[in-house]
Design a binder for this molecule. Structure first.
Ligand code: PMP
Length: 363
């Protein structure tokens, strides 16, 4: 069997940055069992029928050839749907996580400073550490706005990440607030809009006025395609051209490009799906509040639940034992909470029954 720990006389000299890192735990993605899965913000509904047809057609044609390196069909469709001047404003990626990696590789050298808010998406720190960069976390204000330190040139930040809507809070800053941050910063501001389709407003149009606003999107959430791996970047054409130099030659496969293009074309499906998720979310929010949780208003497809008087770790564990998977997070200075993804009405109802029973048993 392969050894996981190298022997002291090993010829493998891994970069020191790896020593303190942990691999992504497969525990959040159990492959068997009958879980109600509300832990990684997937969409509970299947993708648009046109997407499945596009996958079948792509599988039947030319898989022996390499794909289009830049995903031209997707870029054209996305530019049209998002009201952008042309396809040269889009860079396709293998999930938006790959886009984030490309951004870190494009802008950060050893020792450079990356700034991010907290509590937020922890992958940013991991990507920065892999690259040998330093990380500065700026805490959100109590009302989930950002302090001026977030926009400050102090410390010479080279890249700033802002998830908007934020995870795990589900809170959102207005395009006006984001525009002010971008104006004040001396570096690129990556607005991670993984959940942007669920919000009332987004920052795509800011890209036209601000060279330093780079918006990332994913098809994993609002398009029900987490299993496919497709995300993209929206930025001014010279930014896209520069970053295209460092992406893998064929970072998106032919099936993913065909499926993503069909998904992007399915505007009516998106509108219906979003309406269903938002209705379920608002209902779940009220019921969770009735059970005694503090639940923030959310602009995304999940809810952040905290409790005024107790840690939610035991509840998280008990939910898991009862086949309900939610995400447990504990942030220094903020305390812990459960991030609950919005499932179907039936899934949310079943989860709420278990939750109510467990709360009662503990009371
Ligand atoms: N950004 C945020 C804030 C997320 O929550 C996620 C999902 N984990 C992603 C980016 C990445 O999504 P994907 O790689 O599936 O496109």
């Amino acid at each position: 069997p392969a050894r996981s720990q190298p022997m002291t006389n090993s010829k493998l000299r891994f970069r020191p940055a790896l020593a303190k890192m942990k691999a992504y735990v497969p525990g959040e993605q159990p492959q068997g069992g009958k879980f109600i899965k509300l832990n990684t913000n997937e969409n509970p509904y299947p993708p648009a029928p046109a997407v499945v047809e596009a996958i079948r057609a792509a599988a039947d044609s030319r898989l022996e050839r390499y794909p289009d390196p830049i995903g031209s069909s997707f870029r054209r469709m996305a530019a049209e749907k998002l009201g952008l001047p042309g396809p040269e404003w889009i860079l396709c990626g293998n999930g938006s996580d790959e886009i984030l990696t490309i951004l870190v590789r494009g802008f950060m050298s050893d020792g450079d400073l990356l700034r991010m808010p907290t509590p937020s998406y922890i992958l940013y720190r991991t990507l920065a550490e892999i690259q040998g960069a330093r990380v500065e976390e700026v805490s959100f204000n109590a009302d989930w706005s950002l302090p001026t330190a977030f926009s400050s040139p102090d410390g010479d930040p080279r890249l700033v990440f802002l998830p908007n809507p934020n995870s795990p809070s589900g809170t959102v800053l207005t395009p006006q607030a984001v525009s002010e941050i971008a104006t004040a910063l001396p570096c690129p501001l990556v607005v991670d809009e993984a959940y942007g389709d669920f919000a009332e407003e987004n920052c795509i149009d800011l890209v036209k006025q601000h060279e330093n606003v780079l918006v990332t999107r994913t098809l994993s959430k609002s398009y029900s395609l987490a299993g496919l791996r497709f995300g993209f970047l929206v930025a001014q054409p010279h930014v896209i051209a520069e970053l295209t130099k460092i992406k893998d030659s064929y970072n998106c496969d032919a099936i993913a490009i065909a499926a993503a293009t069909a998904a992007m074309a399915s505007s009516d499906w998106l509108v219906d799906n979003r309406a269903k998720i938002l209705a379920t979310r608002e209902r779940a929010k009220e019921q969770l509040r009735q059970l005694g949780f503090d639940v923030l208003d959310s602009a995304a497809n999940f809810l952040w639940c905290t409790h005024p008087s107790r840690s939610l770790k035991p509840l998280y564990e008990a939910l898991k034992t009862n086949q309900v998977l939610v995400r447990y997070m504990d942030y220094a200075g903020w305390g812990d909470g459960l991030r609950i993804t919005i499932g179907t009405d039936a899934q949310i109802d079943a989860a709420l029954v278990v939750l109510a029973r467990l709360m009662q048993a503990n009371a």
